[in-house]
Structure formats: C-alpha cells, structure tokens
Design a protein around this ligand. Structure first.
Ligand code: HDE
Length: 690
C-alpha cells in the first residue's frame, strides 16, 4: 500500500530551497553529490587540450543539459500558472457531494493554468486564439480538474475530429508557418467545410479571443457535466468562472503591437498583479438542470457547440477562486502540471457529450508522452494532497518506497483480514443510467443546427463589438490565399446573418456567394443574450488597470503626483514613460525614475495614458516616431487620454485632434475627473464615429 506525504503551502518556509539548486555560500556538486573543485574548466591534457573523456564532471553537466527539454503540449503549449485557493460561498450538499462545496467558508487548495491553444511554447501572448482556463483542485477526495476555456462552446462536436482541427490550425507542414495564428488556408479550409464550427468562429473572431489579461476573462467548463449528491441523485451542470475584475479585451491593431512590444504581456500582467497583492479572483457559478429542462431546451445539452444562455438558466455562484501565489519554477509547475478531464471526485460525473468522452482518454494518454512516465501523478504539482492507496507498482521514475508484501487486492497481509478494499459506500459511484441502442457511427439529428446560436451571439453584441467581428473575419480571410475558401466561408456566414456576410464581403471586395446549404434552417426567434457581450458587462472602475504617464524633465510635479495618487487610490497601477530610462527632474522639485524609455514603452502597454511633458520636453518628443506613435496609437485604440497644459506640440506632431475622450489635466484638481472618466476603459464613441 502506498501513501504519499502532502506538500502544503505552510510547509514551504521563507527562503526554502526547493531542490538541489545552489544554496548561498554552499559548494557546488555533481548530481550525485561529489563536490566540484572547478566548475569553469573541463579536464584537459596540457593547457590547450584535448578534453578527456574521463571528465565525469563535464559529462555529468552536459548529459543533463542535453536532455533538459520535454515535448511541449500538442495544444496549449504556451501557458502560465499560479497557485490558488477555492473558497465555498454557498454550500450545495443537496446537489453534489463534491468535497469543496459541502460547507460555506471551506477553503481548498488549487492550481490554475491559462494558455493559448495554437502557438508553440515561445509564441506571443496576444495571438487571436481561445484561452485555456484549467483548474486543478486538491480536495480530500482526490484531485478534481476542470479543464475549461475562456469561450463556452467549441469548434467540433465529436472528439474524433480533434486531430483534424488541430492539424488545420497549427503551422502548415510544408512550410512551418504561421505561428500562433488561425489566419491561413488550412484553418479556414477545415472550418468552412465543418459548419458545426461556425458558432465558435463567431466567438473566436470576437474580442473574447484577444483578452487584455487573463485576469479579465471568463472561464467555462464548456461541456455538460453531472452533479451527484450523497443519495446518488444526479442533475446536469455547466460550470462558469466570472472574473471579479470585470471583463476586458484589447483591440486587434493593439494586439498586433503588444506582441512586438511585450510578447509576455499576459504572463507579466498576471505575475505582477499577484506579486503586488492585487490578487485576481473569479466567482465559480453553476447552471444546474434536470432531464426535463434538457429535453425541453432548444438544443442538445450534449452538443459542445451550444450554450445555455444565462437569461434562460441563471448562473448560481457557489465559490470564489483567488490566485494567491506565483509559481516558483516554470518547469516544475507550469510545464509538469498534468490536467485531465478524467480527474473527477465523488459528486462530479460526466455526461455523454462525445467531445468530453473523447477528452477523457486523450488527457491521460498525452501525459505519458510529455512527462515520460506513468508516475507523473507523483510530481509535487500533480500529487494529491490526500492519502493515495493503490497497488499500482514500479514504472519509470517511481519515487514512492512502496512497502510490504501484498501488491494485490484483496490481501490480508496488512494485519487486517479485510485488507484495503474499494469503498462501495463512500467511494466514487458512477451515476447509474440506462443506455441502449445499436452501435453506429453517426451524428445525432439533435446536433444539426449549426447557425442559430451563432446568429444569437452576433445579435447580442454591441455595435462596436459587431464591427470587431466583421474586421476579424476580414483580416483572417484576407490572409487566405485560395479564393474558393473565402467564398465558401462567406456562404456559411450568410446563414448566420446577412449583414455580417455582406460587411465581410465588402471588406474583402469579394462578391457575396449563394448561402451554403444548411442542415436545418437558422432560427431567427432566439432572443438576444446580453451576458454574451463584453462591453455590456464591463467593470465599474479603473481598478486593476494600468495608466501610462508620459513625463520629461520639467514635468509639473503637482500634476504628476495628483494623477498618480488619484489612480493609485482607485486601485490602478501607474507607470512612467520618459525620453530615457534615467531619472528626470520635475518642475517644483524632486526627481522621478521612469519605468520605461519611450522607445520601449509604447501606449499599447497601458489602458489609458496621461501626457504630462514640459513644453520643451513635448517639443523634443514631437520629433521622435515612438512618441508620435504613443499618442496616435492611444487615440486609434480608443483610449482615454489625459493632456497636461504643455502637451500641444506632441498632439500636433501625432496628427491627433482631441475629442471628448481627452481630459484636460491643466491642474492637479483635474486628476479625479480623469480617473472617473477612465472607468469606462475606452472612448468607444470614437470607434463608432470612425
Ligand atoms: Fe483540450 N487537450 N482537447 N480542450 N485542453 C489538451 O492535454 C483534447 C478541448 C484544454 O494547461 C491536451 O495535457 C481533445 C475542449 C485546456 O495543461 C490534450 C479535445 C476544451 C488544455 C487535449 C479537446 C479544452 C488542453 C494537450 C476534443 C475546453 C491545457 C496537453 C475532444 C473545455 C491544459 C494536455 C493545461 C490540453 C485534448 C478539446 C481545454 C491533447 C482530444 C473542448 C485548457 O490531451
């Protein structure tokens, strides 16, 4: 019988050396502990070589280095993680016996990994892509993984199609590009031939696919799962993560520039927020329903290309997730964490969603390839915090000194005649359900409507968001080289909404083709669902956002300080951008050390900007392309701009005519007006007018 010790946060002391890394003041050794006399030079004959094969210290080091890399994830390779706590806000033992939800106030340790899907490990953060939102909860009844995304539906209905989807979106095999981008022929060829992907495409072309931060996006379990209570009564459930920071995305032109300015924008943002104590939080909500609801609902609840609108079935908040500790080691935690939909605990069960059923195989299988051993569950980030007892034995890299003689069940060698046994009362019980029918390979008729919810999503967006969807389809399809793929896609879009199809066709300067043949007609009677829009559900303040303040020698100290304290009081971060990285002298006394030099601190890194140069500083900046871009990009990305009394030369050089999105910062008193205006995050009226 094997029992594993738990590793809790409390056991990790301050300055704890987690592994055999070199401790301060201690001598270096080989991997087997032999102290090194010289870590700088290999063992040579004479002064100039050759190097001797006998040099075990060189071989020890190089051998390990040669094998440092493991295969990256086949999808979701690029990710970033944090440790977390899940706190129960509303106990629901009537619905589920799942351990985290039995008592209000109960806290359970968790680990979260966010990711993009298509790009490789080193790809930029702001790709247009779905974001993974995977949560591992270490309960006393085992690890529960909710491996979700930031979009509530998926491209395909059957796991059988997943390798095709991924092959289509990844870089093309004959050339090796594009990296982290769906804007190419193979992706659009595949999805245009698979109309079931249309609803997801609408989401992927919306601002959901370019979040401002991991902190500002929703998460979804996507599939219908089952809750099971202690009496064995089951209901259906869909999981939602709602960011307490509110939702926010960037605009596409901004995303392209962020990728150049800071490819690590999302991971840096998350790390900085946690480090500063501004801990990101999500409410965990559930939509719970029974067979009758499932039977009467407009679509099949087993179809992962459909959602249940919140206006039809409200989301009940049951818990809160707080990200409270950054990872210590990206490899040991972010890379080695192994999520799997098959990791369920008593009280959580599967539905027959054919996508989910396929995932339950894939996630376990892929870990063997990636982590190299069936014993990956023993790695600290994957190890359950509860006792583990089983008779699985040996395997590569077994670290458990499994004791005793009985390696089988039942056995009586533990001294207890009953020995260890499966627990038929308290242990995991799969929901008993009647299943019958001939074995067949087919897609259910109830999965046939591919366009109605896509249309509902489009109509639920604000005008600005609809414009972004049109722009995104046009951008992506313009990158497609084969015109027949573009035409086929436009034919599909006609089944979603004529205006959408026509607007995209206009932007592509392509004639609108006939609508493609739909399996069933698109429903036009589905009501709008405001919950599907980001802009209709924005935050109420600038808290958690970042202001960039452009300063130069001679900037007015009173105004700079007033702006900084107004924003900091509102829970925002303030960073300074100056002509150079060295300290600047303020008018009114004192110096200020900038966070960025203008050439490396473009306005795309900030949610709003304040232009507070001196008159001389503005004249100097006006000659620099990076400063002109700072202003013109802020304007083009619809940002709120605060302008000091001396910013005029800079505005003129950037070719920007101030509008109502500009707030006067002539004196220190104006700072509070500016921070209040910034609560709206962007001046969208500028977008509508454009
Ligand atoms: Fe995944 N997916 N997936 N996926 N997925 C993986 O598992 C797979 C799907 C999701 O941060 C892989 O450990 C199949 C839907 C996330 O480590 C792999 C199908 C959703 C992550 C895999 C899907 C997801 C993965 C690759 C179709 C949202 C990253 C590495 C049936 C509900 C987890 C790995 C992390 C990762 C298979 C579809 C979310 C290959 C077969 C739908 C967040 O097992």
């Amino acid at each position: 019988m094997a029992t594993r010790p738990s590793t809790t946060n409390d056991e990790r002391g301050e300055g704890d050396e987690l592994h055999q890394g070199v401790k301060r003041g201690e001598r270096m050794t080989t991997a087997t502990g032999t102290p090194l006399g010289d870590g700088q030079n290999s063992l040579k004959v004479g002064e100039r070589g050759p190097t001797l094969l006998e040099d075990f210290a060189f071989r020890d080091k190089m051998f390990h280095f040669d094998h440092e890399r493991i295969p990256e994830r086949v999808v979701h390779a690029r990710g970033y993680s944090a440790h977390a706590t899940l706190e129960c806000l509303d106990a629901i033992p009537d619905l589920t016996r799942a351990a985290p939800f039995q008592r209000k106030g109960k806290k359970t340790e968790a680990f979260v990994r966010f990711s993009t899907v298509a790009g490789n490990l080193g790809s930029p953060d702001l790709a247009r892509d779905v974001r993974g939102f995977a949560v591992k909860t270490y309960t006393e009844e085992g690890n529960w993984d909710l491996v979700g995304n930031n979009i509530p539906v998926f491209f395909i209905q059957d796991a059988m199609k997943f390798p095709d989807l991924v092959h289509a979106v990844k870089e093309e095999q004959d050339r090796g590009w594009p990296q982290a981008a769906s804007a190419h022929d193979t992706f659009w060829d595949f999805v245009s031939l698979m109309p079931e992907s249309t609803h997801m495409l609408l989401w992927a072309m919306s601002d959901r696919a370019i979040p401002r931060s991991f902190r500002f996006m929703e998460g979804f379990g996507v599939h219908t799962y089952r809750f099971v209570n202690a009496d064995g009564e089951a209901s259906f459930v869909k999981f939602h993560w709602k960011p307490r920071q509110g939702m926010q995305s960037v605009v596409w032109n901004e995303a392209l520039k962020i990728n150049g300015a800071d490819p690590d924008f999302h991971r840096r943002d998350l790390h900085a927020a946690i480090e500063s104590g501004d801990l990101p939080q999500w409410d965990l909500g559930v939509q719970v329903f029974d067979d009758t609801f499932a039977d009467e609902f407009d679509f099949d609840v087993l179809d992962a290309t459909k959602l249940i609108p919140e206006e039809v079935l409200p989301v009940r908040i049951i818990a809160r997730l707080t990200l409270d500790r950054n990872v210590d080691n990206m490899f040991a935690e972010n890379e080695q964490v192994a999520f799997g939909t098959h990791n369920v605990i008593p009280g959580i069960d599967f539905s027959n969603d054919p996508l989910l059923q396929g995932r339950n195989f894939s996630y376990l299988d892929t870990q063997l390839k990636r982590l190299g051993s069936t014993n990956f569950t023993q790695l600290p980030v994957n190890a359950p915090r509860c006792p583990v007892m089983h008779f699985q034995r040996d395997g590569h890299m077994q670290t458990d000194p499994q004791l005793g003689r009985g390696t089988y069940e039942p056995n009586s060698l533990t001294g207890d005649d009953r020995g260890p046994r499966a627990d038929v009362v308290q242990g995991y019980q799969s929901v008993m359900r009647e299943e019958a029918g001939p074995t067949r390979r087919l897609r259910a008729e109830s999965f046939a409507d591919h366009y109605s919810q896509a249309r509902q999503f489009f109509l639920s967006q604000t005008e600005v968001e609809q414009g972004h969807i049109v722009d995104a389809f046009s951008f992506e399809l313009a990158k497609v080289e084969d015109p027949k793929i573009r035409t086929r896609m436009l034919g599909n879009l006609r089944n979603v909404h004529e205006d959408l199809a026509q607007s995209v066709a206009d932007k592509l300067a392509t004639p609108l083709p006939e609508a493609s043949e739909a399996a069933v007609p698109t429903r036009t009677d589905l009501p709008e669902s405001p919950a599907l829009s980001i802009l209709r559900n924005g935050p109420e303040s600038f808290a958690g956002r970042k202001l960039g303040v452009l300063v130069t020698d001679g900037s007015d100290k009173a105004v700079v300080r007033a702006v900084a304290s107004a924003f900091e009081d509102a829970g925002a971060v303030v960073e300074y951008v100056a002509p150079a990285i060295g300290p600047i002298k303020l008018r009114g006394g004192g110096t200020l050390t900038p966070d960025h030099a203008i050439d490396g601190g473009p306005s795309v890194l900030f949610d709003a900007v304040a232009l507070l140069p001196s008159a001389d500083g503005a004249a100097d900046l006006a000659t620099r392309a990076s400063a002109q871009d700072f202003v013109s990009d802020a304007f083009a990305h619809h940002k709120l701009v605060g302008t000091g009394a001396d910013a005029t030369a800079l505005l003129a050089a950037a070719g920007v005519e101030p509008d109502e999105g500009f707030v006067d910062l002539a004196s220190a008193d104006d700072a509070t007006v500016f921070v209040t205006r910034c609560a709206s995050l962007r001046h969208w009226e500028r977008a509508v007018r454009a």
